[in-house]
Design a protein around this ligand. Structure first.
Ligand SMILES: Cc1cc2nc3c(=O)[nH]c(=O)nc-3n(C[C@H](O)[C@H](O)[C@H](O)COP(=O)(O)OP(=O)(O)OC[C@H]3O[C@@H](n4cnc5c(N)ncnc54)[C@H](O)[C@@H]3O)c2cc1C
Length: 486
């Protein structure tokens, strides 16, 4: 019997798991994918928004500003890359600058510090590549950029180290209310075994599927529209400093525009588009979408070096149709069901605050005591680039795997890959290694390092080479031996 079952190991479920792990509770996370951070949390703009966008008084506004303020501590405790690079919302000649005032007033009501409207002269000192038509902008110094993979994994690993169990490759198929709590029927995809788990509380952090989880138990139905929000282009590190801050466009009748931003790892990111879709797995990119990004980005930043695109991707926003806010709290008609649903943007920025808010609710509902031995500190994968030459030489002497470069684009060593595989909730797929270490994230997009990473995985974990996939069951690369096929 668990006290708490959390469904979903995206950034929301992982942040909640870490905050719940402060209490003396028997908690588990159930995730249908083979790894944490495998759905919306892996494909977004990676911005820690300042908080001027959400309507004052909403949960989105409150949790965004609170989450933003928590980020320095979270980044330090979880050892994840985070930078307050500041954000600009730019206004062009054709637009009414009054729109910036509206955003600034809204931001002030939400409690966003340091907002300022800058004229073109001040802007050009900050950003020399702004489009010629840009006249002024709203500057938010608290805006930041983060690595969404490391943020989610940092939370999940820290939860695990504090006693939370994770069932990956495990899908919640059916939920039933019992006298004391809930019966959760799950299917383990890797072993093809079905199992029933009992729990006092359920936390629904199932992203675009949160309506399906809620609607199995509650008469207060939710409906989540997956909004493809949408397609992005990622540019090579050689142009990562083309802009320093995150450049948003002032929303207009034509839409919210696209952003141009550096990433915390030194790439340049341009996007997204926004389209409603029925298919909750529709994360393909399209020629139209990418053309649109190229055209619209030029309104704010001139000559974006699009020849340096190394990959494109898309993500899905979980928009709850009943309102324009997050749905967070205990269900009105099902005692013990806690929803964290409709977590669309700014869900990443709000995750630290959602984690604390939901964990406090759990504490109150279960009368839980705090653990005296909760450890808030997690150590990330050692990055040899952060060492001096002497320190690096010493490291290689002690462990020669740090002298063996596996990914030539990102200069990732075998030592980092071994760490990614053997740490808590370690990588079991190529994407798992990639998201933890960046092996395969560079210019060649894993063309050269995939076979080497597969060899290391085969050697280090109990998996045959034909079981190793890009991201779990069904994505295997090797289907048989040549001679079997002929
Ligand atoms: C294009 C785009 C750009 C964005 N940009 C930003 C941004 O810059 N800043 C920001 O703050 N926010 C941004 N967001 C929002 C942010 O990415 C999301 O709010 C956040 O990632 C949601 O996390 P989640 O954990 O709720 O959902 P997910 O990451 O989708 O996690 C839900 C998990 O539940 C699992 N699951 C579902 N059903 C089941 C089941 N039956 N059994 C077991 N597991 C299940 C899924 O496999 C998944 O892993 C953006 C979103 C999009 C789409």
């Amino acid at each position: 019997m668990f006290d708490v079952v959390i469904i979903g190991a995206g950034v929301t479920g992982s942040a909640i798991a870490r905050e719940v792990s402060r209490y003396k509770l028997n908690t588990c996370v159930i995730e249908k994918e083979e790894d944490v951070c495998n759905e919306t949390s892996k494909a977004n703009s990676a911005i820690i928004h300042a908080g001027f966008d959400a309507v004052p008084g909403t949960m989105k506004a409150k949790l965004n500003v609170m989450g933003n303020a928590m980020m320095d501590t979270i980044a330090e405790e979880l050892d994840i890359p985070f930078k307050r690079n500041g954000s600009l919302v730019v206004c062009t000649k054709e637009q009414d600058p009054e729109g910036l005032q509206v955003l600034m007033e809204r931001g002030k009501k939400n409690g966003v510090p340091g907002l300022q409207i800058l004229d073109r002269e001040a802007l050009i000192e900050k950003e020399s590549n702004l489009a010629d038509d840009v006249t002024c902008a709203l500057w938010a110094p608290t805006g930041g950029i983060v690595c969404p993979f490391h943020m989610t994994m940092g939370y999940a690993e820290n939860a695990y180290e504090n006693g939370v169990q994770f069932f990956l490759n495990t899908k919640v198929e059916k939920l039933e209310k019992t006298g004391e709590g809930f019966r959760v029927q799950v299917h383990h995809a890797d072993t093809c075994v079905d199992e029933t788990i009992e729990t006092k509380l359920i936390i629904n952090a199932a992203g675009v599927y949160a309506d399906e989880i809620n609607n199995q138990l509650s008469d207060r139905k939710l409906h989540i529209t997956a909004r493809k929000g949408g397609e992005y282009m990622l540019l090579d590190k050689t142009v990562g400093d083309y802009v320093k801050s995150t450049i948003f466009q002032l929303p207009s009748k034509m839409g919210k525009g696209v952003l141009v931003t550096p990433t915390v790892h030194g790439n340049l990111l341009v996007g997204p588009t926004a389209v409603n879709v029925e298919d909750k797995g529709a994360v393909n990119t399209t020629m139209n979408g990418l053309d649109q990004i190229a055209r619209v980005s030029a309104h704010s930043v001139k000559n974006v070096p699009l020849r340096q695109v190394i990959t494109s991707f898309a993500g899905l926003r979980a928009h709850e149709d009943g309102g324009d806010d997050f749905v967070i709290g205990e269900s009105e008609d099902v005692k013990g069901l806690i929803n964290a649903a409709g977590i669309e943007s700014p869900g990443l920025s709000s995750a630290p605050a959602i984690g604390v808010t939901v964990a406090e609710l759990v504490r109150d509902l279960l009368n839980a005591e705090e653990k005296s031995d909760f450890n808030p500190v997690r150590h990330g994968i050692l990055d040899p680039d952060t060492l001096s030459l002497e320190e690096r030489n010493q490291l290689i002497k002690e462990n020669p795997a740090y002298g063996n470069i596996i990914c030539r684009c990102e200069m990732i060593t075998e030592g980092e890959i071994l760490d990614a595989i053997h740490r808590p909730l370690g990588a079991r797929s190529l994407d798992g290694v990639k998201r933890r270490t960046r092996a395969g994230m560079g210019r060649c997009q894993s063309g050269f390092c995939s076979p080497k990473v597969m060899e290391i995985l085969e050697r280090e974990v109990p998996m045959r080479v034909d079981q190793i996939g890009k991201n779990g069951v069904g994505s295997e690369f090797i289907v048989g031996e040549n001679k079997e096929l002929s």
